[in-house]
Design a protein around this ligand. Structure first.
Ligand code: NAP
Length: 482
């Protein structure tokens, strides 16, 4: 075998990058290995580009001009720089928007590849064979899924950024009529394209599916957004795999299929976490009220607030403490200060565990990543189903910047937009301290009945500031010196 044969080199490099990508995806499932896994996946992508370039450069009579591969280098450099700068600059709390943007970029790339192939390279009217049929089908599907992914992801990003709100008409049945019409238009264009290779249908398909992406994503909001983001992630993988068939790249097919499958599994996990079916997310409209700052669903009538000193005194007497981290902890970047507090409690032989809700924060696994940054031992992190039975035997719960994930309305109030979402049963503990800056609602925009309960006390302030003061108070009380 000639190992310098461009095809052999491409095969070996592709195999290596698929292996690294698979290992990368596997490693992402554990916090400990996630960082290295991400690097592995990035190396896999880099190798994929190198493999492609080596084939072009070594294959002198392959009909590929110098221009083609310089464009690949230019494109990779611009894309790589954009990705690296965004990843460095974006704060953790804006990850969902970033992921939505990246999904959109993936969808757009697949769409452009299919359009480029359809307009400039295809010669389908001359010969009609099985390969041509596969080519036409792949182009049509890539345009369809790529367009939906692109427009849907941009709408999702704009909604998460707060640039776009959910228009009222999208909550009426009118939206189903709008979306069904668009789906029919896109389907007719797709069939015409496959049957007759009518190039005009390409544009109808592009416009129909772009509008469909907007129409499906626009009505969804509030607590359902994470599910949509992971579904769009899966779509971007499907579009990439389909684009792989268009350009005959096995690597793209495999990588796209892996992303598509991983996104689908994540969507299922998120749906389970929210106790929602995918159908109700896609067709049920927004789960949240529009209000972001008001306490929707009524006024508070029985709020008890207390000082940090009182909180410290109660903690000093506790045997078992559960920490519930939420989005506000990430905003305050208080994870390291929290770790200091829990270390002090543990020195006093107080048992400390952390309750992790699957949709706490703003992205899947947000709290796991946040707490891992502060070196919280992984064994102390307990999933919702595991920790819920422990609350009745718990002395103190510290709710840190969490709101929706501890709202009892989700269990008790059939009219609540959160009804049906599993939540942490913190109200069953003896004492609950909620640390937040004011009475602002959480992501879903609704009132939290927990705050009115007699065993709940609010400790108002920025999470980092309150936790720093708590450290001083605990030290003054001599906690942690045992
Ligand atoms: P949340 O319901 O959004 O509530 C966060 C709370 O943190 C707010 O009520 C806010 O109240 C407080 N806060 C903000 N900054 C703070 C600071 N510096 N110090 C202290 N408190 C601060 O958060 P959650 O309980 O974690 O629930 C997550 C929500 O986001 C769910 O509805 C979920 O569906 C949704 N979501 C999740 C994902 C995901 O993948 N995890 C993605 C998108 C959306 P104050 O302003 O009064 O302080």
């Amino acid at each position: 075998m000639n190992f310098l044969n461009p095809n052999v080199i491409e095969f070996v490099v592709n195999l290596l990058s698929v292996l690294l990508l698979a290992l990368g995806i596997k490693g992402l499932s554990k916090v400990k290995t996630a960082k290295d896994a991400n690097r592995l996946a990035a190396i896999a992508m880099f190798l994929a580009v190198v493999g492609l370039l080596s084939k072009y450069i070594l294959n002198a009579d392959g009909g590929v001009s110098l221009d083609s591969w310089t464009w690949i280098i230019v494109g990779t450099t611009i894309g790589g720089l954009f990705g690296a700068i965004t990843a460095k600059k974006v704060p953790m709390t804006s990850m969902p928007e970033t992921v939505a943007l990246f999904n959109g970029c993936g969808g757009m790339s697949s769409l452009l590849v299919a359009l480029g192939e359809a307009i400039f390279n295809s010669n389908f009217d001359k010969i009609y064979s099985f390969n041509v049929f596969i080519g036409i089908i792949s182009i049509s599907i890539t345009i369809f899924v790529g367009s939906i992914t692109f427009s849907g992801s941009i709408v999702a990003m704009a909604k998460l950024q707060g640039w776009l709100s959910t228009p009222n008409w999208t909550q009426s049945r009118l939206r189903h009529l709008f979306n069904i019409s668009l789906a029919i238009i896109s389907l007719v264009a797709l069939i015409d394209l496959v049957q007759n290779w009518n190039v005009n249908s390409i544009w109808l398909l592009v416009i129909g599916s772009l509008l469909l992406g907007i129409g499906v994503t626009l009505p969804i909001g509030g607590a359902d957004m994470p599910v949509v983001i992971s579904l769009l992630n899966s779509y971007s993988g499907i579009a990439a795999a389909s684009a792989g068939f268009v350009v005959g790249s096995q690597l793209l097919i495999v990588a796209g299929a892996m992303v598509g499958a991983a996104g689908l599994i994540l969507t299922q996990v998120m749906c389970k976490g929210m106790n929602r079916s995918l159908i109700s997310v896609l067709f049920g409209g927004t789960l949240a009220s529009q209000s972001k700052t008001s306490s929707g669903g009524g006024e508070y009538s029985n709020i008890t607030s207390c000082s940090v000193e009182e909180c410290a005194l109660t903690l000093e007497a506790a045997n078992k403490v559960i920490i519930v981290p939420g989005y506000g902890l990430a905003v305050a970047q208080a994870q390291h200060t929290l770790r200091e507090v829990t270390k002090i409690l543990e020195q006093n032989e107080i048992e400390v565990t952390y309750a992790i809700h699957p949709v706490a924060g703003r992205m899947p696994g947000h709290m796991n990543v946040l707490l891992a940054e502060a070196d919280v031992p992984y064994e102390q992190l307990k999933e919702m189903e595991v920790i819920n039975p422990d609350f009745p035997a718990t002395d103190v719960v510290l709710v840190l910047g969490a709101n929706d994930v501890v709202n009892p309305q989700a269990k008790n109030d059939r009219n609540s937009p959160l009804y049906g979402m599993p939540v942490l049963d913190v109200q069953q503990a003896r004492t609950v301290f909620v640390i937040k800056r004011g009475m602002n609602a959480g992501y879903s925009g609704i009132k939290n009945d927990l705050f009115d309960l007699s065993n709940t006390s609010m400790v108002f302030g920025d999470a980092k500031k309150v936790l720093s003061e708590l450290i001083s108070e605990l030290k003054e009380l001599g906690v942690g010196t045992k």
